[in-house]
Design a protein around this ligand. Structure first.
Ligand code: ARG
Length: 558
């Protein structure tokens, strides 16, 4: 709130850009030097004068920016002192008025953003590695929606492709109808794994798998029937897990949906003169990227072909301003080829498409490959739940709604663990770490908010508040942080990075802990107590709202 105004005021006065000034601003270690300071060295040098002279002159000549109660010059520094009490008052009013909408804005009003995320390959079950796209995409969708964008959440199922040919081939050889009925997803997975293991040694098997896919694309009845059955069984499981994790999806439209449009798509690119024949296959050539196949030698289509059709179809139905693809960083080249193809085909909106990549989930240094072993997301979730349940049984056995709280805390821990590092970095899956609920974790933040709730259950903040009473370091820190909430959400949106929000929330939770460990809220002094109640009411609301944008619930008690 206040930083923006300071930056603008200084930029105008000094004839600098907003960005330049923003880069100079610092937070003094010692608060007796203010809350924000502007070191004058660089600008003074440019103006060929001494930094302290510039600082003194600025102090005299600039008007107080909004939310600032005092400006002082101290040697080469210009120091700004925040008016905490008016800032606090604004925040308290706003949190009470907007409640679960505090931090939300209307900046994106009228703009449609398509966010494609999760998009699992449903030839196999929901593995832990697919958590990434799912929770990053879900959280980005919440973040955009909170800023007024109309978000269309699309799940682009991997429900087509050679993998289905392989699965059919495997089922023909080793499948068991009874087992499929009883244990569907585990049975399909075992077939998937067996096929890959055997195909590594046996080229003929690989060929057979491909032939099954050719049959499927050719509309063969038997192949289609099997495909439908396998997709149905796996999809049912996926839906169950989305429901469990409260992941909202507006449109489930998989690759198979585009199958009937592919001939036309290929024709379109051919007519534009963009396709070349190479060794029986059709390829797209680019000036600055490696060529990409759109139709294979055997006449079957490919991942890219379906993406070309899907992008155009989504543009037609959603008229989006922006479309995000939340997908693995290993697919970067694929998306470059996709966007470039759309661009050279003359679609202006190609520039509005963006790949939001994330790092690989590794397991003891190796990428988590399905073929070598499989970790079911649900198994991890259930382990987390049972760990939380045993902690509750030990520490708070009389807690109400135990099951629900255990689920909220356990899922929160797993989701937060994934979101808590910059998405572009690889993550190493380590169950002990996922199930560690201390420190920078969702349970820590949830616990902080539940503690605030328990105080607020004893006394609610009265109407009147003398916020100038909140003058300790700890209280000011919280007020300063609360004021930043909206801009943190915006930054997370600008960079498509939910970890900016996790970092913010864990720092705020820490500040709340520092505060209530030192300053009791329910003191006898009426006014002080009122002010502190307002402070924790606002802080709790921000913790709850922030977690909710990440897709995490906050229990009132735990
Ligand atoms: N189904 C793919 C996978 O699991 C991800 C899809 C990414 N999105 C796309 N439009 N290609 O690897």
């Amino acid at each position: 709130m206040f930083e923006k105004d300071i930056t603008r005021t200084l930029a105008k006065k000094l004839g600098k850009t907003y960005k330049e000034v923003e880069g100079f601003l610092e937070q003094p270690q010692d608060s007796s030097f203010g809350d924000i300071s502007f070191p004058c060295f660089v600008v003074a040098k440019e103006q060929k004068r001494s930094p302290s002279e510039l600082a003194a002159q600025l102090k005299k000549s600039i008007a107080l920016p909004k939310g600032i109660e005092n400006i002082e010059s101290s040697g080469p520094y210009l120091n700004f002192f925040i008016d905490y009490s008016s800032l606090a008052e604004t925040i308290f009013q706003e949190t009470r008025r907007k409640k679960s909408k505090f931090g939300h804005t209307n900046k994106g009003k009228g703009e449609v953003v398509v966010i494609e995320f999760s998009s699992p390959n449903i030839g196999k079950p929901f593995g832990i590695a697919h958590l990434r796209s799912t929770v990053i995409g879900n959280s980005l969708s919440n973040i955009y929606a909170s800023q007024g964008y109309k978000v269309e959440r699309v799940n682009y199922l991997g429900d087509w492709g050679t993998q289905f040919g392989n699965l059919m081939c495997a089922f023909q050889m080793w499948g068991d109808e009874k087992e499929l009925k009883k244990n569907s997803i585990r049975h399909l997975l075992s077939l998937y794994i067996k096929f890959h293991a055997e195909a590594e040694k046996d080229e003929a098997l690989k060929k057979k798998g491909k032939e099954w896919f050719v049959r499927l694309e050719g509309g063969d009845k038997k192949a289609k029937g099997m495909w439908k059955k396998f997709c149905g069984l796996n999809l049912k499981e996926f839906k169950r897990i989305y429901h469990l994790l409260n992941i909202k999806i507006d449109h489930t439209i998989g690759e198979a949906f585009y199958e009937p449009m592919l001939k036309k798509t290929i024709e379109f690119y051919r007519n534009k003169g963009l396709l070349k024949e190479s060794d029986g296959a059709l390829i797209l050539e680019y000036p600055d990227l490696p060529p990409a196949i759109v139709q294979k030698k055997d006449g079957t289509t490919i991942y890219l072909t379906r993406d070309l059709a899907a992008a155009k179809h989504r543009r037609d139905i959603f008229k989006f301003k922006k479309m995000l693809y939340v997908a693995d960083a290993r697919q970067t080249l694929h998306f470059q080829q996709l966007f470039k193809a759309l661009e050279i085909a003359g679609f202006k909106w190609a520039r509005q498409c963006e790949h939001v990549p994330f790092g690989v989930m590794k397991f003891k240094g190796e990428p988590l490959a399905t073929r070598k072993g499989f970790i079911f997301l649900e198994d991890v979730l259930l382990k987390a739940v049972s760990k939380v349940e045993s902690i509750i049984d030990e520490k708070n056995p009389s807690l109400g709604h135990k099951e629900e709280v255990a689920r909220q805390v356990a899922f929160g821990a797993v989701i937060y663990w994934d979101l808590n590092s910059d998405r572009v970095r690889d993550v190493v899956f380590d169950l002990d770490q996922v199930l560690n609920f201390e420190g920078d974790t969702a349970p820590y933040i949830q616990y902080t908010s539940a503690r605030l709730s328990s105080i607020l259950a004893k006394a609610s903040p009265p109407r009147r508040v003398d916020s100038f009473l909140l003058n300790s370091q700890e209280e000011k820190k919280i007020i300063g942080s609360l004021a930043k909430f909206e801009s943190v959400i915006w930054d997370a949106k600008m960079h498509n990075k939910p970890h900016l929000l996790t970092n913010y929330l864990s720092a705020l939770a820490q500040e709340c802990n520092n505060f209530y460990n030192k300053h009791p809220v329910l003191v006898n002094e009426k006014d002080l107590r009122a002010a502190r109640l307002h402070l924790i009411f606002a802080a709790r609301q921000v913790l709850i709202n922030g977690l909710s944008l990440l897709g995490i619930h906050s229990p009132f008690q735990m």
